[in-house]
Every structure is written in C-alpha cells, then in structure tokens.
Design a protein around this ligand. Structure first.
Ligand code: GDP
Ligand code: CA
Length: 325
C-alpha cells in the first residue's frame, strides 16, 4: 500500500507518526509538506513545517514546544537581541540553526529544496518520503491592521511576533502563481492507493499545498480516494490559530464548515471522505448532504495509541471508499 499524506507541521507530524505506526513493513508513506510558512531571516532559509515533520519522525523534536530541537539552547537568539536586531522575535535555537545553515548553504549551491530535504533526512531517517510541496518560494502573508494601519505581514510575523492577536483581513500566498509541484509530488499523488489530509490548518497548511498550480488537477485525477481528518473538534482548533484565520475569512469554525470549504471531490473539490470527532457526530449528516462521505471517530491525538488508532480509522475509511469508487 502506498499512502500519501498532505500535511503542515504540528497536527501533520503527529498524524504522520500515527500512519507510520499503522502500516505494514512493505507499505510506503509519502508526505507532501506545506512550505509556505518558509521564510528568509538573518540570511538563512527556514522551513518550519518540513523541520517539524523531520524532527518529530526522527526523534529530535522538543515535545512540549512542538517545534524545534530537544535540549535546545538560545545563545544565538540572545546575542541577536543584544544587537537590537528587530527580527530577534523569531525562535532560532542554536541546534535548529545548524539545520537552517545546511539548508541555506545547499540552496546557495543551486540544489533544490527537495534535494536538500532528502539530504537532511539522511540524518533523521523519518521513515517516510518527505516532499516539499514545491521547490519554488511561496510565502503566506496575512493582511492585517497593526496600530490601526493596514499591513501585509509574513505569516510567521503574524503568528510568532503578534501571537495571532491582530485581525485577519485576508491571506495572500506570495509566489504561488509561479510555483509548480515537483515531479516527486505529482508521482506521489498519481501512484497513491490512499491520499490522506492530515488534521492540519485548513487555511495556512492544507490551503497553500492545494493552491500550487496543478495540485488540484493532480488530486482530481488520482485513482486513490482522498480522505481528510478534521483539525476542528467541538467548534475549536485543538491548538494554534486556525479559528482566527477561519473567522477572518468568514468561514465558521466547525468540522462541517471546513469540509465544505475544502469541497466534495464529486463537485470539483478535494474530499471523498471527512472524519469528524465523536463529539461532532451530528455534523456527519450535513457533511454527507454536501456529497462528502463522513464518519465520526475519536480525533484527539493524545498519545501514541490514540494517534495510531486515528490513522487506522482513516486508512480503513479510505479503503472502504476506494471499494465504492
Ligand atoms: P502547524 O503547521 O504547526 O500549524 O501544524 P498543522 O497545520 O499541521 O496543524 C495545526 C492543526 O492541528 C490545528 O489547526 C489543530 O486544530 C490541529 N490539531 C492539533 N492537535 C490535534 C489533535 O489532537 N487532533 C486533531 N484532529 N487536530 C489536532
Ligand atoms: Ca505550519
């Protein structure tokens, strides 16, 4: 079995670990990761979601923070602050910095982000094929007001510097028109037996992936069923800022509204199936009226066992939908 997962960082990496523990030794996982959180800062290229997935699956993540390295120190960040660097709000750990330095050096040598990611993964051995959604630079920006003035700021500035406490007036994906999916990404979709959307942020993680020109056509043409897992449980994002973004874009924060936003595949959208939490069981019917098959199962990834069970449920649901197609 070939499983392809579309994923952001935190929810994505947890879910992928579940999938990895749920499949057999001959099965393969390809991960198509969001790279629109990426940024240039202090001359280095940072790829937050790729690194969160790589560190989590490779055993190097700080489990409390959910990003960055274990046993991290912050000397470089403190020194930057001591110089009065205005961008010292960005969380650059000393260990993490080494990853960004290797990535940047290779990119400067003309290697693609896909090539660099494969090289970094030789160290971390994540047990999946970790694929950036594109080798082109795409960056999510948030249209907001800061001190009463309209500004367009990088997503990281919105999230880390402003802690998502400024209004969301819009989301822009800079560079998206000129971006294309990599051949590896297209093959991972084409050759998949099952395509899963991790419970990742629908606007800034799944959104940019499916906005890469050509990605929606590839997904529409896939022979695999496409099943998504709701990141919204009981009308709230489990963690992060998905609710602020959904609010700002006029989308209700509910499992069914996110399903409708992603759309039914039979109507030109993305989803054959959508998993909601047991506490959202009453949303199954309205989702099915929108021509997306739906089931309610426990969606909280509290520990390895619940996370694995969620992956088992998602694959079983997809397998059932494949038989129906
Ligand atoms: P990011 O790139 O680090 O923001 O991470 P993702 O986009 O991959 O995941 C963020 C999303 O994960 C948030 O919108 C949360 O609602 C969702 N999430 C976090 N923990 C859980 C969980 O235990 N279960 C489910 N279903 N979603 C979760
Ligand atoms: Ca992210």
């Amino acid at each position: 079995m070939r499983v392809t997962v579309l994923a952001g960082g935190f929810g994505g990496s947890k879910f992928i670990s579940g999938v990895r523990s749920a499949i057999g030794p001959d099965d393969e996982i390809s991960v198509i990761a969001n790279t629109a959180d990426d940024l240039w800062i202090f001359g280095v290229r940072v790829s937050p979601d790729l690194d969160t997935i790589m560190y989590t699956l490779g055993g190097g993540i700080d489990p409390e923070r959910g990003w960055g390295r274990t046993d991290e120190t912050w000397n470089a960040k403190d020194e930057l602050a001591a110089y009065g660097e205005p961008q010292a709000w960005f969380g650059l750990g000393d260990r993490d910095l080494a990853t960004h330095l290797v990535r940047t050096a290779r990119l400067r040598d003309g290697r693609t982000l896909s090539e660099v990611t494969a090289e970094l993964c030789e160290r971390w051995q994540p047990g999946v094929r970790l694929l950036p959604m594109t080798d082109d630079e795409v960056e999510t920006h948030i249209v907001t007001t800061v001190d009463g003035r309209e500004e367009v700021i990088h997503f990281q500035e919105f999230w880390i510097k402003h802690r998502a406490a400024v209004p969301v007036l819009g989301v822009e994906l800079h560079g998206i028109e000129a971006a294309s999916p990599t051949p590896e990404v297209l093959a991972a979709i084409d050759e998949a037996d099952v395509v899963l959307l991790a419970p990742s942020n629908p606007i800034v993680s799944i959104g940019p992936i499916v906005a890469v020109p050509g990605m929606r056509d590839a997904l529409a043409a896939a022979r695999a069923p496409i099943v998504g897992v709701s990141p919204i449980i009981g009308g709230a994002a489990v963690r992060g800022m998905a609710d602020q973004l959904l609010d700002g874009l006029g989308i209700e924060t509910s499992a069914s509204a996110v399903a409708r936003h992603l759309g039914a595949r039979v109507d030109g959208g993305l989803l054959d199936g959508w998993l909601v939490d047991t506490q959202d069981a009453r949303e199954v019917e309205p989702i099915e009226s929108a021509r997306i098959a739906a089931r309610s199962v426990p969606l909280f990834m509290n520990d390895a066992a619940t996370t694995q069970q969620l992956a088992v449920d998602a694959i079983a649901f997809a397998t059932e939908l494949r038989a129906r197609r």
